[in-house]
Design a binder for this molecule. Structure first.
Ligand code: HEM
Ligand SMILES: [Ca+2]
Length: 910
């Protein structure tokens, strides 16, 4: 029907398939295996201007994403594709990647640091003693946790702390176990440095000499399977990412869940082990909340070229790459770090060490209205000592580090199974019944945890109506899917895409079972995901030149050979705790519903919609959220944040205040041991600042002024606050320091991923035809194909402009769609007309071979008759094995579904 184009769309891959088989391909369904190198199509008669001295050609917009800034400022770069039917953009070929070297892994013994003479020889006895003391501390920690419970100091359901810890940082049982048991080694190391007065910058070097086992310290690291031949040669990545990097037996594999973040720089813990950093003068650093208050709030600084999708896609990618394990009580519940009334816990109860609450100043212009002095903050959990030696704390990632859509498929086998239907390779969904004239499509499946985590509906107090009973939290590969309505909409698009591709693959390859369809679909989706990230998203974030420098540019044709088994793909601690949180500066205070006429129907105030999924259900709302993200300008990365996250993060209904995300970010950086901003300037090639005024090269004067006021030394400045405040680097969304950290990370995720989508000669490599189809992917196309937005601009991260105008989703010239035809596999059980070699077996022993002719004889009976008349039928393919098959009826069965195609065996039998 007219109102429901989706039903017509559902068969789109078949359409393009039949197009290939029966008629000449239209311009839009360009033949599989597009030209190489990029050859302008004949109809592109228009002359394109030179761009930056380079010759340019008219292409679909997605092939110009990386040039967009240049294109926008060069006149005459809009062009017509396909005999004037589709809108295109003129841009040059991409430059050749350079692929410069990545950050070096820091070593336990710092260059230039002399060990004190008394540490030249240390006996194991010292460590044993420290280990005993550490064990006592551990016992006392467990004791104080018991006291907390006795005194009924717990995290109250529905409080913002509950949302932060139990819902946002939902930790899996084994992650909590690893985190808690790893504390033995942490306490032992802390006791050691304390007792023997080891200087912080020597601690790692000295501790590294001791094996935890020798010191009698409990250390439980998960045991990983060895990589067998099947894992090494599988075309599909494992769900956990294990054996992506083929690890030597007994070692800890890279990139798998519950392994540590790596570091670009050695940490700066005050004690060299786990104590948060202190100021250079030995005193306290400025309280995070004071720094946060120095930021500018709620001044809307719209981006002149980006859409809100840049923010939202970033968060989605973030949820693929990482989720830090937060410390939990030994029983797995949230750690309370303040009283429910917002005061500090008394000394006695504080002693368990998992907390470093954020101090709220007495005169806080906001929180003082609510009598709040203490903001909850539990430390990130320590990772196990995977190298078996003592040392400083590293934090751990609960997700697969790889870009593998783990936010959709799950990072562990159990969850991955829960998300599947095990029918036709599809994922579970919520089917919303059809109401009214809207076409309602599937939503992600409900989380079946039950009412314990039932904060997903807005109460009557906010909406004036009782929450409808069907409202549930959604379930996905990452638990943070429910964090905002935009996030739900983003995940919805990908889960619909999975099911569409699966449906088409299954139809095309009837002989594939559920597992095969699921894995092939997952492989295609992850490849599309990679292409969007490196072709559309990373360019916006770090700019073309930085991409070229680090080898991040996607190829226009052919294969890459960039995989390097020595590159550790793991997420950098600096990336997780600071750089990739750049996105918080882009978060808008409201999310909106905008209809197809581009009329804003409704604003959702963020504070009311954290972990509320109610708005995802009404028919058409997902579309309206998707349109809003493509329509509303994004923001700039700067020191301007919305109050919705700096005062009202995870606000409990009716309280009037929530948490402050900027304070959490700064505190998290200290919690995870990040050195100061100045160190990262040096790492990233900026001069080390000696005075505050040296910061003016990349920071605005107003910011430098504030830093000078608040920090005692330039070396004290926290990475996060300075990083977001930097002026954007040329061509980039972020400043040079975040740009350098983010680019290094995306280079690792490319070079260190054996299943990266454009690699040649790897187990997971695509054929060239397949790869060229994947390259047709754009984010706009995925949004178009999995919603009813009906029209959009082709570069969805970029605002609508003359160069990037809104086009109809059906316009395949402007927003191409990949064809799945190269995934059509010859089905050995469904014969096509032609000649086949048949192996002969006598009771399954090989006796020889013959040629079989398949021809079309009409109905199956004819076939059987001819068989008997001419040659007789003796053997055929069954269940994937060549075997004798003497009975004619089975032969009939095999031919029947082929509508009269029949195998004829000339002459020779046994
Ligand atoms: C409404 C939008 C968002 C909300 C409510 C939100 C909320 C949060 C919260 C509460 C944390 C944990 C803070 C802590 O205790 O350390 C966090 C961490 C983080 N956020 Fe966001 N965020 C949002 C958007 C974004 C965006 C747009 C990006 C990136 C483009 C992003 C990247 C990150 C990263 C990388 C972390 C670290 C996560 C971890 O270590 O597990 N966030 N966010
Ligand atoms: Ca992942």
């Amino acid at each position: 029907t007219q109102n429901c184009p989706y039903h017509q769309k559902a068969s789109r891959y078949e359409d393009s398939l039949s197009g290939h088989l029966h008629k000449l391909p239209t311009f839009a369904e360009q033949p599989v295996s597009s030209a190489r190198p990029y050859k302008p199509l004949e109809y592109d008669t228009q002359k394109c201007p030179d761009i930056g001295g380079l010759e340019s050609q008219c292409r679909p917009a997605k092939d110009c994403a990386i040039w967009y800034d240049d294109v926008r400022t060069t006149p005459g770069t809009t062009c017509l594709l396909a005999n004037g039917i589709g809108h295109g953009i003129c841009c040059p070929d991409l430059p050749i990647n350079r692929g410069e070297s990545l950050f070096e892994t820091p070593r336990p013994c710092k260059k230039g640091v002399e060990l004190d003479a008394r540490f030249k020889r240390i006996e194991l006895g010292w460590v044993n003693e420290a280990s005993r003391a550490g064990r006592l501390l551990m016992e006392s920690m467990i004791e104080s946790e018991r006291r907390l419970a006795e005194n009924e100091i717990t995290v109250r359901r529905n409080s913002s702390r509950y949302m932060h810890s139990t819902i946002f940082f939902q930790s899996k049982e084994n992650s909590v176990k690893i985190g808690n048991s790893s504390l033995y080694a942490v306490f032992a190391a802390q006791q050691f440095v304390k007792r023997y007065r080891v200087k912080a910058d020597q601690a790692a070097c000295i501790l590294n000499r001791f094996h935890v086992k020798d010191a009698g310290i409990y250390n439980e690291c998960p045991v990983y399977p060895e990589c067998n031949q099947e894992m090494v040669t599988s075309p599909y990545r494992t769900i956990t990412g294990v054996c992506n990097n083929v690890h030597p037996p007994g070692s800890v594999p890279w990139g798998v869940p519950n392994t540590r973040y790596q570091r670009a720089l050695a940490p700066e813990y005050a004690d060299g082990v786990w104590e948060p950093r202190r100021a250079q003068n030995g005193g306290q650093l400025p309280p995070p909340r004071v720094l946060s208050l120095s930021l500018i709030r709620d001044v809307y600084v719209p981006s002149e070229s980006d859409t809100t999708w840049v923010m939202q896609f970033g968060q989605f990618v973030d949820h693929d790459m990482l989720e830090t394990v937060e410390s939990k009580l030994v029983d797995g519940s949230a750690v309370p770090c303040c009283t429910d009334g917002g005061d500090f816990l008394s000394e006695e109860n504080l002693s368990h060490g998992k907390c470093i609450p954020v101090v709220i100043p007495e005169d806080d212009p906001f929180y003082s209205n609510f009598g709040q002095r203490c903001m909850e903050f539990a430390r990130s959990a320590p990772a196990c000592r995977s190298n078996g030696r003592l040392g400083y704390v590293d934090q751990m990632n609960q997700n697969t580090h790889f870009l593998d859509l783990s936010a959709v498929y799950g990072s562990d086998e159990e969850l991955a199974r829960d998300l599947r239907t095990f029918k036709d390779g599809t994922l579970n969904v919520t089917r919303v019944k059809r109401k009214g004239k809207h076409c309602i499509m599937d939503l992600p499946p409900p989380d079946d945890v039950g009412p314990e985590i039932s904060t997903c509906a807005l109460s009557k107090a906010v909406t004036g109506i009782d929450p409808p009973p069907e409202v549930r939290c959604f379930k996905a590969g990452d638990n943070r899917i429910n964090v905002t309505p935009y996030m739900v909409a983003s995940q919805t698009v990908i889960s619909r895409q999975h099911n569409q591709v699966a449906e088409q693959l299954a139809a095309m390859n009837a002989h594939w079972d559920d597992e095969r369809v699921y894995q092939e679909t997952r492989r295609i989706l992850i490849a599309q995901w990679h292409h969007i990230i490196y072709n559309e998203y990373v360019p916006v974030l770090v700019g073309r030149e930085k991409m070229e420098q680090l080898g991040l540019l996607p190829l226009q044709y052919g294969f890459s050979t960039d995989y390097d088994a020595r590159v550790n793909p793991s997420i950098l601690n600096e990336f997780a705790a600071a750089a990739f949180r750049y996105g918080h500066s882009l978060v808008p205070g409201k999310q909106s519903l905008i209809n197809r006429e581009r009329v804003n129907e409704k604003d959702l105030l963020l504070r009311q919609h954290f972990f509320k999924t109610q708005e995802a259900y009404p028919p058409g709302n997902i579309d309206k959220l998707l349109i809003a993200m493509a329509t509303i300008p994004g923001q700039t990365v700067d020191n301007v944040f919305t109050e919705e996250v700096t005062n009202h993060l995870f606000e409990e209904e009716g309280k009037g205040f929530g948490m402050d995300l900027v304070s959490l970010n700064i505190q998290r950086g200290r919690d995870q041991g990040l050195p100061g901003y100045n160190e990262y300037r040096v790492l990233c090639g900026l001069p080390r600042a000696k005075h505050f005024s040296d910061l003016l090269d990349v920071l605005p004067p107003k910011v430098v002024e504030k830093f000078e006021l608040l920090y005692d030394s330039v070396d004290d400045i926290d990475l996060y606050i300075a990083g977001v405040s930097e002026r954007p680097a040329p061509g980039a969304l972020v400043g040079p320091t975040f740009q350098c950290i983010i680019a290094d990370q995306f280079a690792r995720l490319k070079r260190g991923d054996r299943y990266f989508y454009d690699l040649a000669g790897q187990a997971g490599s695509f054929t060239e035809d397949q790869l060229n189809e994947i390259r047709k992917t754009s984010y706009a196309r995925l949004v178009c194909d999995n919603s009813h937005v009906l029209s959009t601009q082709p570069l969805i991260f970029k605002s609508v402009s003359d160069t990037n105008p809104i086009v109809d989703c059906n316009c395949l010239a402007s927003i191409p769609r990949m064809s799945l035809l190269p995934w059509k596999e010859a089905d050995p059980t469904s014969w096509n007309i032609g000649e086949y070699e048949v192996k002969w077996f006598s009771d399954c022993d090989y006796v020889g071979f013959d040629i079989v002719y398949i021809e079309n004889l009409g109905p199956a009976e004819n076939c059987a008759r001819k068989c008997i008349d001419t040659v007789g039928c003796n053997a055929f393919w069954a269940n994937g094995n060549w075997c004798t098959l003497k009975a004619i009826p089975k032969w009939l069965q095999r031919t029947r579904h082929n509508g009269g195609l029949c195998g004829l065996l000339p002459g020779k039998f046994f």
